[in-house]
Design a protein around this ligand. Structure first.
Ligand SMILES: [Zn+2]
Length: 477
């Protein structure tokens, strides 16, 4: 091994070491920096060489080691060559997105900066996670670093996957690059011979910080699917903007037209929604939120930097899903007595399911009364919107809950199964014309949910089209 190093230009030291013995140490000038050369690695222990795998396999392992160093130190330039081929050539002074782009290209465009919401006490997390729509079942790049050190931890990967729940289809493996900063005294790095694992004194704090940050990121509009180029991600943009609308406060929501009731009587608090919009849209957003409906299925919303296109069914699904989950936690929904009770007859399996689920259905607002063999009388139902068809919704739900479907099979428990099924069957459909007030109500409700950009199937509710993208397409820039 030869080490040639200098702390300043001119004076340098070159040390030669043969298998643990220093052979020479000379003053040899060089420019600032260090060169380490290793040759004949197995000269003294040829038996070790037998344990090597194929050249290809060893190159992969070496590349992965260099890759981890490259990711952990984006400010350091790195070049990896093997058999005369350049495998990696990374410039110095890169930020994380540049480095990821240099290594994996387009992947960088699908990443969103982690919201700064994560972290408590002396734990904080930062970095990048993939937009849910770009996640794939395989090939996700998943890297964790603690205090600059890469480490492996499948348990924390699961925590992050858990935070992605309902925004991606089950089994997707979104990429992430997450840095954890924690008090070094609470991180044991000596638990693994190759030092690829660590142990945290307060693992709960780490898990909570990760989950909180990912969840907060997925709540933001930056995590929704853009049309065309996503635009440059701004790393570490801080803890959310606090802009206000230009042109004074928004008009109050006044109307005599029946509103989408969406389980909770009364209106969404405009203050909450405005705060949320300002946050997710990063600063001042609207010049008065103008909404219009396209082909009775999409709601278009003019924003300061372009346009949001909202799928009305998907959006309403997200709203109902979160409403129901909230209701389950709070203990029950509002039912509306049916003027003419409906009689429903089910298959034997479905009838058994109705019996079994009757308690939960009642908490949703469905009052069902046994009425002879496999037959039930529906006395009351929830009324999520004026055109809600209780009979049809109930039939479809019970069928889905009995037979299963990708949607309900991905649920973690009975509450989630019912909430997802009801959200899908009870939401307004594509093809339904909405009044301006209904559109406004749905829009506001959507932005009052935890994850407005993602429906319960793992699909987007919102597409973003920026004026920049339009300019690009029209050849203006
Ligand atoms: Zn659906």
């Amino acid at each position: 091994m030869e080490l040639h190093t200098a702390t300043a230009g001119g004076e340098g030291v070159r040390i030669r070491v043969d298998y643990g013995r220093v052979r020479s140490s000379d003053e040899v000038p060089r420019r600032r920096g260090t060169t380490v050369s290793v040759k004949g690695l197995f000269h003294d222990l040829p038996a070790r060489a037998k344990f090597l795998r194929t050249a290809g396999a060893e190159t992969r392992v070496a590349s992965e080691a260099v890759l981890l160093l490259a990711l952990a130190n984006p400010g350091v330039g790195l070049k990896l060559e093997s058999n005369g081929r350049t495998l990696l050539d990374l410039g110095p002074d890169e930020v994380w997105t540049d480095r990821i782009e240099a290594i994996w290209g387009d992947l960088a465009e699908t990443l969103v900066p982690l919201a700064a919401a994560g972290g408590a006490g002396d734990v904080s997390v930062s970095g990048l996670v993939q937009r849910p729509d770009a996640a794939r079942p395989r090939g996700g790049r998943r890297y964790l670093f603690v205090n600059g050190r890469p480490f492996r931890d499948p348990g924390l990967h699961r925590i992050i996957d858990e935070a992605f729940r309902t925004t991606v289809v089950e089994g997707m493996r979104p990429s992430f690059f997450v840095r954890i900063a924690a008090d070094p005294s609470g991180v044991d790095v000596n638990v693994h011979p190759a030092k690829t694992e660590v142990r945290f004194r307060d693992r709960t704090a780490i898990e909570g910080a990760l989950q909180g940050a990912v969840r907060a990121t997925l709540a933001g509009l930056a995590s929704t699917r853009p049309i065309g180029r996503a635009g440059r991600v701004v790393p570490d943009r801080g803890a959310g903007g606090s802009g206000s609308r230009p042109g004074g406060p928004p008009e109050p929501l006044e109307s005599d037209v029946p509103q989408l009731a969406l389980f909770v009587p009364g209106r969404t608090d405009r203050g909450d929604v405005d705060g949320r919009l300002a946050e997710v849209l990063d600063g001042p957003v609207f010049s008065g939120p103008e909404l219009w409906q396209l082909h009775d299925r999409y709601i278009m919303a003019a924003t300061r930097d372009g346009l949001l296109i909202i799928d009305q069914h998907s959006a309403h699904e997200r709203v109902i899903y979160e409403e129901i989950m909230g209701r389950f936690e709070a203990g029950g929904g509002t039912a509306q007595a049916l003027l003419f009770p409906v009689t429903l007859r089910f298959s034997p399996a479905e009838a058994a399911a109705v019996e079994e689920l009757s308690g939960l259905l009642a908490r949703l607002g469905f009052e069902l009364e046994p009425f002879g063999e496999r037959t039930f009388l529906v006395r009351a139902s929830p009324q999520p919107h004026p055109r809600f068809d209780a009979e049809r919704c109930l039939r479809e739900m019970i069928h889905e809950l009995t037979e299963g479907s990708p949607l309900v099979d991905s649920a973690r428990n009975q509450h989630e199964r019912i909430a997802k099924s009801m959200a899908c069957k009870g939401a307004i459909k594509a093809g339904e014309r909405l009044s301006p007030d209904e559109m406004r109500e749905l829009f506001d409700r959507l932005f009052a949910t935890e994850l407005p950009g993602h429906d319960v199937h793992g699909r987007p509710t919102i597409l973003r089209l920026t004026v920049d993208e339009l300019d690009r397409r029209f050849g203006r820039s």
